[in-house]
Design a protein around this ligand. Sequence first.
Ligand code: GTP
Ligand code: MG
Length: 188
Amino acid sequence: GLRKKEVNVLCLGLDNSGKTTIINQLKPSNPSNLLGPFSEEWKHVSQTQTQEIVPTIGFNIEKFKSSSLSFTVFDMSGQSRYRNLWEHYFKETHAVIFVVDSSDKLRMVVAKEELDTLLSHEDIRCRKIPVLFFANKMDLQDAMTSAKVSQMLCLESIQDKPWHICGSNAIKGEGLQEGLDWLQGRIK
Ligand code: GTP
Ligand code: MG
């Protein structure tokens, strides 16, 4: 049959924002269940969900298939000492997922700095790749709304790329499907 188009997706954001938790939610919960918890569209190729999520060292690579696309997701570490790895994957990526801890007001400026570095990088700047933001940890009492997160990150100033922000609770999986459906529709 027709081969699915292969696309690379970079998952970025500060440490502790919830990147790995989000990616883990896309995997099926037990080995006999080939389909993930979302739509039948999102089928994980190799592994099932991990119970315990630990801070990522360097990065992890995960593969998923939807009805039309074959995804390779680079789940990068957000720790400052590993953030210099991010740019090595900019050139080859077809989309970016940028995850923010909506309750981490203190580090929102750091998240914005990293976002600005991403958007101004020569391998990203002139390309119309879609950028999906998850305003994650919406369940926490002191979480900012996605509108507030959008304002703090100055997302309205992004003119040259399609972007979208979704509130999410990665532990429960809430908000993830909406975001990923948006992303899938924008990947060229
Ligand atoms: P690095 O790999 O260090 O860059 O972090 P990460 O962005 O991959 O974060 P990770 O997925 O490891 O999650 C960090 C912590 O936040 C874990 O304890 C998660 O359980 C928790 N967490 C993730 N998403 C949510 C959420 O939506 N709500 C709440 N309350 N906690 C969350
Ligand atoms: Mg991680």
